[in-house]
Design a protein around this ligand. Sequence first.
Ligand SMILES: Nc1ncnc2c1ncn2[C@@H]1O[C@H](COP(=O)(O)OP(=O)(O)OP(=O)(O)O)[C@@H](O)[C@H]1O
Ligand SMILES: [Mg+2]
Length: 231
Amino acid sequence: MNTDSNLLAVEGLSVSYGSAKVLFDIALTVGPSQIVACVGRNGAGKTTLLKCIAGFLKPVAGSITASAASLVGLPPYDIAKLGVKYIPQDKKVFSDLTVRENLELGSYATKDYNWEPVTTYFPKLKTLMDRKAGYLSGGERQMLMIGRAILGNPKVLLVDEPTEGLAPSIVSHLKNVFRELSKKSALIIVEQNLPLVCAISDKIYAMNDGRIVAELANEASIRVEVCEQYL
Ligand SMILES: Nc1ncnc2c1ncn2[C@@H]1O[C@H](COP(=O)(O)OP(=O)(O)OP(=O)(O)O)[C@@H](O)[C@H]1O
Ligand SMILES: [Mg+2]
């Protein structure tokens, strides 16, 4: 769904690692109930962009605003408390803690212990509550990562390569979950699976060498063949 108001807006964003500049003048917006995707080759800067929005990297220039609040300079935990939740690419969980304990830690800042949405989206997690997270399969681990992020009803979810290495059945499950989640939260998804991206996105940004090189925002352009040109 397209609306005029933005839940999150990035403007003129530039990011460097030391003296190496990797993001150049990035602008993007996501509105309520929108799913926005970022696609691009390896090294294009997609993860850097999400990390910067989530507060793990400080930009050298530009603005990031979420519902009128400026996020630049805030520590990651304050950004999370504002409802902007980041699900990293590396799928790191606390391996020696159980699924329940991992979720409890996710609830720590927001004090939101209503886990019903999590077990509604991921019924499998209910049966895995006492299992150590280190023993989870890749798909189960991704469910836990997403589950932890959706505690406390986030406004914006930043999701980095959620389906990387997962079996088609879980990919198709996640597709439905993202659609459902977007009714309450806006999503920015970095994803290589173009059929998935094209099936769920309202808008797609293509990135190359640290720049946004295309913005696809209508049915005619949100197609796999169009996205492929940018990979
Ligand atoms: N910690 C770091 N220090 C220095 N350079 C980095 C660091 N992390 C990433 N880079 C560089 O920044 C650029 C963008 O990396 P980034 O991880 O954002 O790309 P990506 O689009 O997420 O790639 P992938 O599809 O492989 O995940 C790359 O050239 C990478 O080598
Ligand atoms: Mg990446």
